[in-house]
Design a protein around this ligand. Structure first.
Ligand code: 13P
Length: 288
């Protein structure tokens, strides 16, 4: 079992030119599917939950499942789009090994104040913090953003210096959810941000982005790539397929396992896309 923080994971990814896949889960089946894929691919993974998911199943459950399950691969448990200081602290106390505080909808100085406050508390817990600057468009649970704004490299440098944040989600034209038209990504912006910012960068909204563009984003310096919508769709598809072929089924284990199997296959593909397959061993050796 190797539950670790995202700090070492993302630093290793950043230094070695790959990204760690961060996968949103909604239930025990999805969590187990991500772990199984990680073990099979010998890859580090980040399992993450949004505030909406945590209203459905509280952080103590997810932390408990990971503690009990154990894993053969390095895994971090992360709060995605943390909506308040209080929720971030609750997750840290529950055993999360990484938190995001998302103040991107706030005015710049308020985003800095909120992020710095979470960073100060996270330091006491030994937990790294991700923040967001610029705006990723689209809809993620209850978070909706219609005026996406690209991250400014100079502002990113100022933000990181003043908050002490450990990783930064930057906006380069992706959006949460499925795309109605192919997104126009500013992949060179990643390079310009990296020239000014020395913490690992995070790509949100990767569902539906063509593989080649995700690959280039990783080459250009994204160290964590978030996948949510595609996983939810895969899980639902697996459940639907099972229910359609077996109308008499009444044991949830059967159709939920079918959903989990789809998620496992998809996560394996995304791990390859991030280039993180086979990277578990080095990372675990560093810790031992
Ligand atoms: P998608 O739902 O577009 O994959 O976005 C995931 C994400 O960025 C979660 O924070």
């Amino acid at each position: 079992m190797m539950l670790m923080t995202t700090k070492r994971m993302l630093r290793a990814a950043s230094q070695n030119g790959y990204a760690v896949g961060a996968f949103n889960v909604e239930n025990a089946e999805m969590l187990q599917a991500v772990l199984a894929a990680a073990e099979e691919m010998e890859a580090p993974v980040i399992i993450q939950t949004t505030p909406g998911t945590l209203r459905y199943l509280p952080p103590e459950y997810f932390a408990g499942m990971l503690r009990e399950k154990g894993a053969g691969a390095p895994v971090a448990l992360h709060l995605d789009h943390g909506s308040s200081f209080e929720l971030a602290v609750r997750c840290m106390e529950a055993g999360y090994t990484s938190v995001m505080i998302d103040g991107s909808a706030l005015p710049y100085e308020e985003n800095i104040r909120l992020t710095a406050r979470v960073c100060a508390s996270a330091q006491d817990h030994g937990v790294p913090v991700e923040a967001e600057l610029g705006k990723v468009g689209g809809k993620e649970d209850d978070l909706e953003c219609s005026d996406a704004q690209y991250t400014d490299p100079d502002q990113a440098a100022d933000f990181v210096r003043r908050t002490g944040v450990d990783s930064l989600a930057v906006a380069i034209g992706t959006a949460h959810g499925f795309y109605k038209v192919e997104p126009r990504l500013d992949l060179d912006r990643i390079i310009r941000i990296r020239e000014k910012v020395d913490v690992p960068l995070v790509m949100h909204g990767a569902s539906g982005v063509p593989d080649e563009k995700v690959r280039r984003a990783v080459e250009n310096g994204m160290a964590k790539v978030n996948f949510a919508t595609e996983l939810r769709a895969a899980f639902s598809q697996g459940v639907k397929e099972y229910l359609e072929k077996d109308h008499g089924v009444y044991d949830p284990k059967k159709y939920l396992s079918s959903g989990a199997q789809k998620v496992r296959e998809l996560v394996k593909e995304k791990i390859c896309l991030c280039g993180s397959q086979g990277k578990a061993r080095d990372l675990m050796a560093q810790v031992e």
